[in-house]
Design a protein. Sequence first.
Length: 104
Amino acid sequence: MAMPVICRPSQFLRRKMIHCPVCKTRRRMTVVEALWYGATVTCCGCGDSWTDGEMHERPFKRGWRTEAIAKAKRDWDAAGPFDKAAHDAWFREQHDETEITPAA
Ligand SMILES: [Zn+2]
């Protein structure tokens, strides 16, 4: 049996304080960046997420909000304080991996 190959871009996790339109106040938000994709922002207060400013559809599942808030808080802890040097290094590394070198 062949194993499926799942290609997932490398991600960079960071923290931000942003005004949440659902909570109607400034909240802790986790931001997941991946090269070539819009950043996904998740509110630690309500669990709602946005990509490129567009709100994600809420799952039709009991308890989704509690799970989403818990995950956002875990990501917040995992992100640690934002380090611009680490972010720049990650960005350069991603760019170098995807750069196409023309054949000579
Ligand atoms: Zn919120």
